[in-house]
Ligand binder design. Structure first.
Ligand SMILES: NC(=O)c1ccc[n+]([C@@H]2O[C@H](COP(=O)([O-])OP(=O)(O)OC[C@H]3O[C@@H](n4cnc5c(N)ncnc54)[C@H](O)[C@@H]3O)[C@@H](O)[C@H]2O)c1
Length: 248
């Protein structure tokens, strides 16, 4: 078991990629703090974790609210005593162009995808520094590297911002034994991609050399690799999980 008795916070854990990351971490021995705004889906995840013999402390929290994030981290520390891993996975997407996107949509995407990531990193750094160890893995996106024609401009911007935040923290926290990395998925089968029309789906697959959409487990395995001791000399890295759609 790669994460036996380690404590992991996973944001956006209730569905899609975050759910898969949470369950994979539990299978690998971690105790988890799944965080989400969707309490009902969190309850269903908790039931699944307990069915598998794992331990979870689900926390309903909007990561764009700094005080709520701080309460969540305090609670995790109180119950489990340490924090070994933070997975910044929660994210939202909006569709549109610079002409059609509203200021409210721009603000909300930045507030969750970028500031929410900042809030969570800020809250775990103290405990990780005291432990002199810790790992942070962000779930970014291909859109942060190459831009994207269908998502509203805030989405790729928020992911590029989070990538720069990740690299800054990787530099600043390396002397404290904390590694900070990201994965950059493309076209993973979740509720986010379920909104696509059949035509859009065919078009997306045509652009992927491996000829299929990704699965949440593909992302989970990449996250676990970066968080594991196998990656102990890796920090400040963005690992593509995109079937070859972008080779940079
Ligand atoms: N699905 C894809 O194709 C794809 C591709 C590239 C990157 N990503 C990234 O992967 C991550 C997960 O995406 P997904 O496809 O699993 O999405 P999803 O919509 O299935 O799940 C996202 C989860 O985040 C939660 N969430 C939303 N706002 C929140 C907030 N303010 N606080 C806490 N939780 C919140 C949602 O309730 C949901 O459970 C996102 O950051 C997304 O940008 C997804």
């Amino acid at each position: 078991m790669r994460f036996k008795d380690q404590v992991a916070i996973i944001t956006g854990a209730a569905k899609g990629i975050g759910r898969s990351i949470s369950l994979t971490l539990v299978e690998e021995g971690a105790k988890v703090v799944p965080v989400d705004v969707d309490s009902e889906a969190l309850r269903s995840l908790q039931a699944e974790i307990e069915k598998r013999g794992g331990q979870a402390l689900p926390f309903t929290c909007d990561i764009s609210k700094r005080s709520a994030v701080e309460r969540m981290v305090e609670q995790g520390l109180k119950v489990f005593g340490r924090i070994d891993l933070l997975v910044n996975n929660a994210g939202i997407i909006r569709r549109g162009t610079i002409e059609t996107v509203s200021e409210e949509d721009w603000d909300r995407v930045i507030a969750i995808n970028l500031k929410g990531t900042f809030n969570c990193c800020k809250a775990v750094v103290g405990p990780m520094k005291r432990q002199r160890s810790g790992k942070i893995v962000n779930v970014s996106s291909i859109a942060g590297k190459s831009g994207d024609i269908t998502s509203a401009p805030g989405y790729g911007s928020s992911k590029a911002g989070a990538d720069a935040l990740m690299k800054t923290l990787a530099r600043q926290l390396a002397p404290s034994g904390i590694r900070v990395n990201a994965v950059a998925p493309h076209a993973i089968e979740t509720e986010m991609s379920a909104q696509w029309s059949d035509e859009k789906r065919r078009e997306v697959i045509a652009g992927i050399p491996l000829g299929r959409l990704g699965r949440p487990e593909d992302v989970a395995e990449a996250v676990l690799f970066l968080a594991s001791d196998a990656a102990s000399f890796i920090t400040g890295e963005i690992l593509d999980v995109n079937g070859g759609a972008l080779m940079d």
